[in-house]
Ligand binder design. Sequence first.
Ligand SMILES: NC(=O)c1ccc[n+]([C@@H]2O[C@H](COP(=O)([O-])OP(=O)(O)OC[C@H]3O[C@@H](n4cnc5c(N)ncnc54)[C@H](OP(=O)(O)O)[C@@H]3O)[C@@H](O)[C@H]2O)c1
Length: 311
Amino acid sequence: MSGVILLAGGTGMVGRNVRDLAAQRDIDVAAPARTEMDLLDPDSIAAAIARIKPDIIVHAAGRVGGIAANMDDPLHFLTDNFDMGRNLMMAAHAAGVPRLINLGSSCMYPRDMERPLTEDDVLGGPLEPTNEAYAIAKSAVARLGQYLSAEHADRDYKTLIPCNLYGRYDAYDPGRSHVAAAAIAKVHAAVQSGAREVEIWGSGTARREFLYAGDLADAILRAVNHFDTLPPLTNIGVGTDVTINDYYRAAAEVIGFDGRFVHDLDRPVGMKRKLMDVGRATAWGWTAKTALKDGIAQAHAWYRAEIAEAA
Ligand SMILES: NC(=O)c1ccc[n+]([C@@H]2O[C@H](COP(=O)([O-])OP(=O)(O)OC[C@H]3O[C@@H](n4cnc5c(N)ncnc54)[C@H](OP(=O)(O)O)[C@@H]3O)[C@@H](O)[C@H]2O)c1
């Protein structure tokens, strides 16, 4: 075990999945809320680190959203995500915290690459315009961790690169949701209302790699426990992708929708494909466990109980 763990972003989807899994495994995690550690305020981070005295920090905070949110406010997707990562890493470095696990995103990868993306492809080509700001911030923070580690023998700040996530604690409101949560909410609403049609943005032929957020939590806790063997930059995905239409069909089957899908071709769809190569994670000893329909069933059960029926 690796000593005291400080989790930033413990109230978010990834953070809450990490906390749940850590609790199941009897692992203590200090997860200060934003009111106790505001990542846009370096003094507040320094105070939290001084109080918690972590041996390792997991950075799972950020300004996160789907295509619409990213396109509406690229300024803050860039500044907030860069500032949060920079502030946290530099505060960790100043306080002598030796290890840090940062979360990147498969949005960091260049657009329009048909082959599976390896970690060496980061900064290897033009970015997808709909998430360019987020990708620039994520790439810069990952590089910052690499530079700090290269220049200081006693600092090891590594980055995991997750693909698209779905699961419990996701943001299901249309203003913030990613495609995976939006599909579950839309299909659920159609079943409830008896609607015979569900709308999909674009043709639905874009391909995505969907990882159950509980599986990412498992990868993060493995990274904490097996930090020394974790490579500096590691894709965390399932290694296969599906079309958006396939994902909607899977959600329909799980949730019980037998109507039809219609396509709004005027909506933005983002990258055509961003499948990651998971060879590095597999060699390190981690693979995703949750099958897509099982994950959708768990995500939908949570959504129904905590959001739809709680409303
Ligand atoms: N969701 C995905 O599909 C996906 C895919 C790949 C990578 N990732 C990465 O995974 C990480 C977590 O994503 P997520 O989906 O869990 O996001 P999320 O559900 O939106 O959670 C974001 C977290 O960041 C916190 N936060 C935001 N601004 C903060 C600030 N100024 N100070 C302190 N905390 C702040 C939020 O706190 P509040 O509760 O106070 O707002 C929340 O805990 C991010 O780095 C994201 O880029 C996500």
